[in-house]
Design a protein around this ligand. Structure first.
Ligand SMILES: NC(=O)c1ccc[n+]([C@@H]2O[C@H](COP(=O)([O-])OP(=O)(O)OC[C@H]3O[C@@H](n4cnc5c(N)ncnc54)[C@H](OP(=O)(O)O)[C@@H]3O)[C@@H](O)[C@H]2O)c1
Length: 271
């Protein structure tokens, strides 16, 4: 074959080859991939335990609008939750007093936010079995399911000793702070990535209206809205500066509204 014919054939073949390649592969060769039409990367799954509760509802409302995450909402009665709160929250049935019911809902999740709370002072759904036993079961299932971080909504006052408010809360609430403290300890010792958020007295006013303060004083007191509690809990997810830390969160009228977002690094790690 003459040199001219060889060059013409090579040119023809390279044009035909390039034409036959799919558009993406062409760009791969030049290193300039077009952005895919959809986002095919899987989003991290956030499981909310206690999603039907008053703080839980704030969590799922905020998470459902948050494009960074996929949401799984746990409810003892998933059909009722769907009917009453809406179908957009990906409801899954689970009871934290029944450890086996948690295995499938937590499998493959990246984050878990726990907003459960006992519904009775004594009996099978009291603090011993929900705020302690339930947390234990959630932690165990999270470990088995490969969860990276569990954020526990606990309570201000859990860590301190004595005091009238603490005494009253334990008296009327079936030793709720005592059992919450045991739940916290179990989580801390579990080896899983965690954050323990201890909100002050919860209220149902709108969130985002005032500044917030974080501290690690065992005897601190204060109040915070459930909406702000949910926002802080979500801000701990994947936040290295919140990992391995336990802290109180309360409203602080004197603080700038979003200043709390930069306050995680100043908190001490638990150990
Ligand atoms: N009240 C305060 O001032 C205050 C202050 C600081 C901290 N906290 C703590 O903050 C957290 C959230 O409080 P909240 O007032 O928003 O809670 P809440 O409205 O009482 O909701 C409690 C949630 O726990 C769920 N739950 C109860 N038992 C369960 C079980 N066996 N299995 C699965 N889920 C179960 C409930 O689900 P169902 O719908 O199935 O009942 C509900 O979703 C609680 O841990 C609370 O102790 C409260």
């Amino acid at each position: 074959m003459s040199r001219f014919r060889f060059a013409a054939l090579a040119l023809l073949l390279s044009v035909a080859f390039a034409w036959a390649l799919p558009a993406n592969a062409q760009h791969e060769i030049t290193g300039a991939l077009p952005k895919p039409a959809g986002d095919f990367r899987a989003k991290p799954i956030v499981v909310v335990a206690g999603a039907t509760g008053r703080t839980g509802r704030q969590l799922i409302a905020q998470l459902a609008k948050d494009e960074r995450y996929s949401l799984r909402s746990l409810a003892r009665d998933a059909a009722k939750a769907k009917r009453e709160l809406g179908g957009e929250y990906n409801w899954v049935a689970a009871d934290v007093t029944q450890p086996d019911s948690l295995l499938t809902p937590l499998r493959g999740a990246t984050y878990v936010i726990v907003a459960i709370g006992a519904t009775e002072r004594s009996g099978p759904n009291s603090p011993e079995f929900v705020d302690y036993g339930g947390v234990r079961h959630l932690v165990d299932a999270a470990k088995r399911g490969g969860v990276q971080q569990l954020t526990l909504i606990s309570s201000i006052g859990v860590e301190g000793e004595g005091g009238f408010t603490r005494w009253i809360l334990n008296l009327v609430g079936g030793d709720v702070l005592v059992w919450k403290k045991k739940g916290e300890r179990y989580l801390r010792a579990s080896g899983i990535g965690y954050t323990i958020l201890r909100p002050g007295g919860l209220s149902d006013e709108a969130g985002g209206k005032v500044g917030l303060a974080f501290d690690q004083d065992p005897d601190a007191f204060g109040r915070i809205t459930r909406a702000d509690t949910a926002t802080v809990a979500i801000a701990t997810l994947g936040n290295a500066a919140a990992l391995g830390k336990s802290f109180n969160a309360i409203a602080d009228e004197s603080a700038a509204r979003d200043a709390w977002r930069g306050k995680f690094p100043a908190l001490k790690r638990d150990r």
